[in-house]
Design a binder for this molecule. Structure first.
Ligand SMILES: [Zn+2]
Length: 755
């Protein structure tokens, strides 16, 4: 796993790419438009060796305008300099690699007076060696599509003499785009040298028919409630694998969600270990005990079997009662602890939780540990985002702790919003000592040309926005506090200057600036939209919505923002925000009038012991107690100090309802509550969002709007008390909870209005 790279002249090449052949020691591939070299493949090339040849020919033709011949070993011409690929290159190159390490994707690239030789330990290494050559010639794959690729143009192409051996820091590297990475993403992954020896990197569920526990969803691991679990896995392995001394990996683990077995045996295995994030018993020890037993039973016939499992949620905390077998591979998947910052960032105490867990697990000296994090803003509709801090600071620490596999989940990839994150991550996975600042300078210069300085400012200020903020909520709620007017003006200013600097409307630089600018404009439209929504102005919000959807569709068509998802405006937008916009518009513009919008800030009290109803928190009028102001639609409750609070809480507010609505029906409407609400007006119970007296059947729920008929409960011309009891026991990773949308009284034009 140790990274050892011999780079001769690679850094010089970055700045002085094409010096005349006579002046330095280099292999000339193309000279003044004349072919001087040829690609030599082995007799029966492997797929990746052939691909290496194809990629060299394609890109060198793009650089120089001429096509290199590709021949097999026997057909080599005497008058051309050989570029020997894979098995056509000297086998001694493999020994050069093995001196440094044996990672699957490793390669050696030698350029000297005899020509160029590229050979990997495997064909994939040969392919990656070809990519190294092309990068030394100035080619960059910053993101997929033509707009993301940089190819210099020059009639001469030459490679400095060198003996380069590269062994990746991380043995296996992969982006897992759950909903696709868009057009060209597969090709981009390979050109970014993700890959390595394929292996199980963990899975949900335990194979072999292990019986469910008391709650059904998870397994009974102790066997106390439902016996036979260990035998089931052991038999499954014996039936599916021949006895072997070779190393192999079997993925198994808990299912998503709760539903843990509560039988006496399972509880006893966990003992009194505690998960402080969820305020419930940790579930680690029962798993460690179970896997230890499975590996023990199979030890004689499968001494190198490894179990790969997810360390996340209530299994993230290191075990306290059982020492894990070193052949248990822990896969860190920290979904709910600030996915934006690095774990040494002082602005993110949350992220230090990962460091704490990692250190604890590393103490058991496991053979391997993997990382399966998230490089997107979870449940966000693909708005601009930046992860440089995490990449630069966290990947080297993970590596130092012994993590050798990075498989990172990106649920939604938007290249226009976050082009740097995957690019930089792939580089640092390959080489944890990579010079990130140098890579960034190279990116700004090559990608934006004359607009590089303002674009550097844009990306640096975007990164600072996330890196230096005290706010941490995942999902699009993060954007409300971070992108205040001053920061928006600053970022927009950089982009406007960049547009002026990019030479000519038609240049590729101008196109790239437009792409990044459109992503930012889309975010601004979203913020304007939310601002209008939160002050119950659904007439204005509708105009902005049309513009936002049009822009999103345009960007989807260009491949800049991907995933249309269900509904318009981007996948999570359709789920979390569109319903309240459409519902509010229908009620206050199309079919009725706004009577009174409720304020953003309410009086708030948590109620962990659930005494609120007994104490009468729902009563009308003045009420004592330690109520605190809390914002609702403009800021998540995690970002107001409630952190991961799960449980009951109360909201109260007073509003005067105008007397002019005398004789009309009055409804109380909520834009969204995470996740359950029970509602009173002037002490009178109106119902719950699960069972509203007059609601939206089948639609009520988290982030879905709902109504109550409140005509009989309200007092016109007087002050009215609205009381809401919320329960938050789901969706921990969003960082939201309680009232998450605007609330208003409204009146339909038609007194027989139905939802
Ligand atoms: Zn059990």
């Amino acid at each position: 796993m140790k990274l050892l790279i011999v780079k001769i002249a690679a850094f010089v090449l970055m700045t002085a790419m094409f010096v005349p052949a006579a002046l330095s020691a280099e292999v000339v591939i193309v000279e003044d438009g004349e072919v001087r070299a040829e690609v030599i493949l082995p007799e029966d090339p492997a797929e990746d060796e052939q691909l290496a040849a194809d990629e060299l020919v394609e890109h060198i033709e793009k650089i120089t305008g001429v096509q290199l011949p590709v021949v097999s070993v026997d057909g080599a011409a005497d008058d051309r300099t050989p570029i020997r690929l894979g098995a056509a290159a000297d086998e001694a190159l493999e020994n050069m690699i093995l001196d440094k390490g044996d990672s699957y994707s490793s390669f050696a690239l030698v350029a000297d007076e005899t020509g160029i030789s590229i050979r990997g330990l495997n064909p994939e290494g040969t392919l990656f060696g070809a990519y190294e050559l092309l990068e030394q010639l100035g080619v960059r794959w910053f993101m997929p599509l033509d707009v993301g690729t940089v190819v210099p143009e020059n009639s001469t192409a030459a490679l400095e003499y060198q003996q380069t051996v590269q062994v990746p820091s991380m043995d296996y590297r992969r982006f897992q785009w759950l909903r696709g990475g868009g057009e060209g993403a597969g090709t981009w992954q390979r050109r970014s040298r993700t890959g390595g020896s394929s292996r199980s990197t963990g899975r949900h569920g335990i194979p072999g028919g292990v019986p469910g526990g008391t709650e059904g969803r998870q397994y009974c691991l102790s066997g106390d409630y439902a016996p036979g679990g260990i035998d089931a896995v052991v038999n499954h392995i014996r039936e599916n694998y021949e006895p072997t001394g070779e190393k192999f990996y079997v993925g198994m683990g808990p299912n998503d969600g709760g539903g843990w077995c509560r039988c006496d045996g399972c509880r006893e295995l966990d003992g009194d270990t505690w998960d402080p994030l969820r305020a419930e018993p940790a579930m680690t020890d029962r798993h460690v005990w179970f896997y230890n037993r499975v590996l023990g039973e199979l030890e004689d016939d499968y001494p190198e079997m490894h179990i790969v499992w997810y360390v996340y949620g209530p299994t993230m905390w290191p075990p306290e009662n059982f020492e894990p077998n070193p052949r248990i591979v822990h896969v860190f998947a920290p979904i709910d602890i600030d996915r934006t910052r690095g774990m040494d960032n002082p602005m993110s105490p949350d992220r230090h939780i990962l460091r704490h867990a990692l250190d604890g697990w590393a103490e058991f000296d496991p053979n391997e540990m993997y990382y399966r994090g998230y490089y997107n803003n979870l449940a966000c509709s693909q708005f601009p985002h930046s992860h440089i801090d995490r990449i630069q600071n966290e990947i080297p620490v993970l590596h130092e702790k012994g993590i050798n596999v990075m498989r990172v989940e990106v649920i939604k990839q938007s290249w226009a919003s976050s082009p740097l994150t995957p690019y930089l991550a792939s580089k640092v996975w390959w080489d944890v000592d990579a010079d990130v600042d140098g890579l960034l300078s190279d990116f700004y210069e090559k990608f934006f040309g004359p607009a590089r300085e303002p674009m550097r400012s844009y990306f640096e200020d975007l990164e600072a926005a996330f890196r230096d903020t005290p706010y941490h909520t995942g999902s699009s709620y993060l954007y409300f506090p971070i992108f205040h007017q001053q920061r928006r003006d600053l970022l927009r200013g950089h982009l406007e200057r960049a547009a002026e600097h990019a030479d000519g409307e038609d240049s590729v630089y101008a196109e790239r600036v437009r792409m990044i600018s459109d992503a930012f404009r889309r975010l601004e439209l979203f913020l304007d939209l939310m601002e209008a929504r939160n002050r119950h102005d659904f007439e204005s919000s509708d105009d902005i919505l049309q513009e936002y959807i049009e822009l999103t569709d345009e960007m989807i068509d260009k491949g800049w923002v991907i995933n249309r998802g269900r509904g318009s405006g981007g996948p999570y937008f359709a789920r979390f925000f569109l319903p309240s916009l459409e519902s509010g518009h229908r009620r206050t513009v199309e079919e009725g009038d706004l009577v009174k919008g409720l304020p953003d800030e309410w009086d708030f009290l948590i109620d962990p012991a659930e005494i609120g109803e007994i104490a009468g928190y729902y009563r009308a009028g003045e009420l004592g107690g330690n109520w605190q102001p809390l914002k609702t639609s403009s800021l998540s409750w995690s970002d107001q100090g409630l952190h991961y609070y799960k449980g009951k809480a109360w909201y109260r507010t007073q509003v005067t309802i105008p007397a002019e609505f005398e004789g009309r029906e009055i409804y109380l409407w909520f834009g969204g509550v995470d996740n359950a609400a029970k509602v009173w007006v002037n002490g009178e119970l109106l119902g719950t969002n699960r069972e509203p007296k007059h609601g939206l059947p089948g639609e009520a729920g988290v982030f879905r709007p709902f109504d109550f008929l409140a005509t009989d409960a309200v007092r016109l011309g007087e002050e009215n008390t609205v009381s809401v009891k919320v329960t938050n026991d789901r969706l921990a990773e969003l960082g939201t909870g309680g009232i998450v949308g605007p609330v208003m009284f409204w009146s339909p034009h038609d007194e027989d209005w139905t939802p």
